[in-house]
Design a protein around this ligand. Structure first.
Ligand code: MN
Length: 347
């Protein structure tokens, strides 16, 4: 089935899902700003640049404005270099926030948006359940796996050519879908997600290569850093808790950047015998960062984080602890042991 046929098969879903007022806005604008959230990820960038690619086909001038330089890993998006870090010299007809609900999440660009005249229309496209806005120009769909799934449906509703530029637009949109589903592994993946992904694949997105670059590619220094830290993995609570700590000296020794510690906690969380995984990062002599992962049957990660004024989700949470690494490790392990005892777990 061709991309055109696949788009046609999704058209009634797109027309039913995308609010008519949002489509009317996108059909009428001449110049807009599209703003992803601060510290943007692949979904926020893919949604913003994907919307740019779709609207460019209608002759709309679109500035994608971001508060930070996008991380290098997102160079998988062919048009990443079109992200602007400062506003253009024109006032837009409308501003669209993507992958976040309000301007506070858009960093320094959010402040610029607030300063725009009130005549500039505001719209939002987001899939976060915490977003409760009900304006017809704000399309919030918590059942969408990614904002890029939603922007793809906008492309279908506007009858855009998603196969344009040798698959560049499809690649941009697929990046967000693959990012937010961890390549269709998370339980947010729905039949519609796969239909959209099928459309993007048919339109030229190299799904396998995008996934490899996002999830299965690392610089040598990152592997060295992970090896050093994981070499010191320890067990507590008869193996049900596992933990490891990254020292400041590990960065110099491996030549890695602090961002390259990303993923260590996920490796710890893969250990079969444990239901709580803890990763400690020594930030300074008196500051330690804690990341927590727990399994479905295990403790609530937010209960551990809350004991140290942190937060997050039941399965993934974190906290910044104003103590030395050794003191923080001892306090957190003590806390986990107490929470286990409260649940009546045998020690
Ligand atoms: Mn997202």
């Amino acid at each position: 089935m061709s991309a055109v046929d696949r788009a046609a098969a999704l058209r009634s879903e797109a027309n039913a899902s995308v609010p008519a007022a949002l489509i009317a806005l996108l059909r009428s604008v001449k110049r807009i700003w599209v703003v992803p959230h601060e510290r943007p990820d692949g979904d926020a960038l893919g949604a913003a640049l994907g919307l740019q690619g779709i609207l460019a086909q209608r002759g709309v001038e679109v500035a994608v404005l971001c508060s930070e330089v996008p991380p290098k890993v997102y160079e998988v998006i062919p048009t990443l270099d079109r992200v602007l870090l400062s506003p253009p010299d024109w006032t837009p007809d409308a501003v669209i926030l993507v992958d976040c609900g309000d301007t506070k999440r858009a960093g320094s660009v959010g402040a610029l948006v607030q300063e725009l005249p009130s005549s500039v229309q505001r719209a939002t496209i987001d899939h976060h359940v915490s977003n409760t806005s009900a304006s017809p120009l704000e399309w919030i769909d918590p059942k969408a796996a990614a904002t890029c799934e939603m922007v793809s449906l906008i492309g279908v509703a506007l009858e855009a050519d998603l196969a344009v530029d040798g698959g560049a637009l499809a690649t941009t949109l697929a990046t967000g879908v693959i990012m937010d589903t961890a390549t269709f592994q998370h339980n947010n993946t729905t039949p519609r997600t796969l239909q959209v992904a099928g459309l993007l694949l048919a339109a030229g997105a190299p799904i396998s290569e995008i996934s490899r670059r996002l999830y299965r590619a690392k610089p040598y220094t990152q592997v060295q850093l992970h090896a050093r830290v994981l070499d010191r993995v320890e067990q507590a609570d008869s193996g049900k808790t596992v933990w490891a700590a990254m020292l400041r000296s590990d960065l110099a020794a491996s030549g890695a950047t602090v961002e390259e510690s990303e993923g260590i906690v996920d490796t710890l969380a893969q250990i079969n015998e444990a239901d709580v995984a803890l990763f400690f990062k020594e930030e300074s002599a008196s500051e330690t960062r804690l990341s927590i992962r727990t399994k479905e049957s295990g403790l609530d990660a937010t209960a551990i984080a809350a004991a140290f004024s942190g937060g997050g989700h039941a399965r993934a949470a974190g906290a910044s602890i104003p103590s030395s690494l050794d003191t923080a490790v001892a306090a957190v392990l003590q806390c986990v042991a107490s929470l286990r005892a409260e649940r009546g777990e045998a020690s």
